[in-house]
Design a protein around this ligand. Structure first.
Ligand code: F6P
Length: 326
């Protein structure tokens, strides 16, 4: 096994708060070990287009507290083709890069896995996504910040919902994953939480709301993940308005506000630990691996396993939602 001496780092897929803290940790740990570190711009696009530059310790100064990603990000179509990946490989070779750290979501890891099978560049994947839908880690970089953004927005909406006795339907992010909805919904005392992982029984929700209407409980919060099987906030509102015309229904779509902002302390910490561990993995010959944190300890899983598994929603949590919202 060849020793890794020059590493490339990139951020890919949807950005998440804490990606910068992670890039910083990769760069500084690499330099500490005497490696050369290269930043790759716009995810795999920068690899394909040779948008690659050498990073020094100062390149990552003053970024630990910033949201977004200084390396920028993208979802690169060309990298999905063997020709695109070959171009990317040749560009890495031009710089002598012989190890890669990929910070992103499951789509990014699928790309890394195919790439590492085709070409002799060891890859380490780190979970950077607000969605928290990745197996092999209790948390992903950015989730804590995003969910806290959602919580503070929902708290504000609750004030006005209460003042007017209104039903609010709040759509949070999560095209395929309900973690932001589940965590923020529980934390704000939402009456209903709709997530893609569980079939939504909209008729049952209408029945429950009608029963509350009889008790004059008109202020209710429904948190819905954008990818719920029934639909997003607008679809849920349309259905309820048709069935319960006396209810004052309002919709609030939180959207990309959840992706931005300064990362929480927790996200900065896990990002720093993961970035550090990724470099240690490359040095120790632990290649093509996904690095997460489970029970507060570093956890390693082969990349090809990580791309197959999904984090599962806990049944107990669903039970808690039902009991506490009644
Ligand atoms: O990064 C994850 C995510 O924020 C999902 O929750 C959301 O559905 C998606 O990205 C939105 O992607 P885009 O910014 O490309 O519209």
């Amino acid at each position: 096994m060849k020793k890794v001496t020059k590493i490339g780092v990139l951020t890919s897929g949807g950005d998440s708060p804490g990606m910068n803290a992670c890039v910083r940790a990769v760069v500084r740990t690499g330099l500490y070990h005497g490696m050369e570190v290269f930043g790759i711009m716009r995810g795999y696009s920068g690899m394909v287009e040779n948008d690659i530059f050498k990073m020094e310790s100062r390149s990552v100064a003053n970024i630990i507290q910033r949201g977004g990603t200084v390396l920028k990000t993208s979802r690169c179509k060309e990298f999905m083709t063997p020709e695109g990946r070959l171009k990317a490989y040749n560009n890495l070779k031009k710089h002598g890069i012989n190890g890669l750290v990929i910070i992103g979501g499951d789509g990014s890891f699928r790309g890394a896995q195919i790439f590492s099978n085709e070409h002799d560049i060891p890859c380490v994947g780190l979970p950077g996504t607000i969605d928290k839908d990745i197996a092999g880690t209790d948390f992903t970089i950015g989730f804590d910040t995003a969910v806290n953004t959602a919580v503070s927005a929902i708290d504000k909406i609750r004030d006005t919902a209460d003042a007017h006795d209104r039903l609010f339907i709040i759509e949070v992010m999560g095209r395929d994953a309900g973690y932001i909805a589940l965590h923020s919904g529980i934390a704000t005392g939402a009456e209903h939480i709709l997530i893609p992982e569980k079939k939504t029984d909209i008729e049952d929700i209408v029945l429950q709301l009608a029963e509350k209407e009889r008790r004059k409980k008109l202020m209710n919060i429904i948190v819905v993940a954008e990818g719920d099987d029934f639909g997003g906030g607008d679809e849920v509102a349309r259905f309820i308005r048709a069935r319960l015309p006396q209810q004052e229904v309002r919709v609030s779509i939180l959207g990309h506000i959840q992706r931005g902002g300064s990362p929480s302390c927790f996200d900065r910490l896990i990002a720093s630990r993961m970035g550090y561990s990724a470099v240690e993995c490359l040095l120790q010959g632990r290649h093509n691996v996904f690095v997460g944190i489970v029970n507060n300890r570093m956890h390693y899983m082969p990349l090809n396993e990580a791309v197959k598994k999904k984090q599962r929603i806990s049944e107990e949590w669903m039970k808690i939602v039902k009991i506490l919202a009644s």
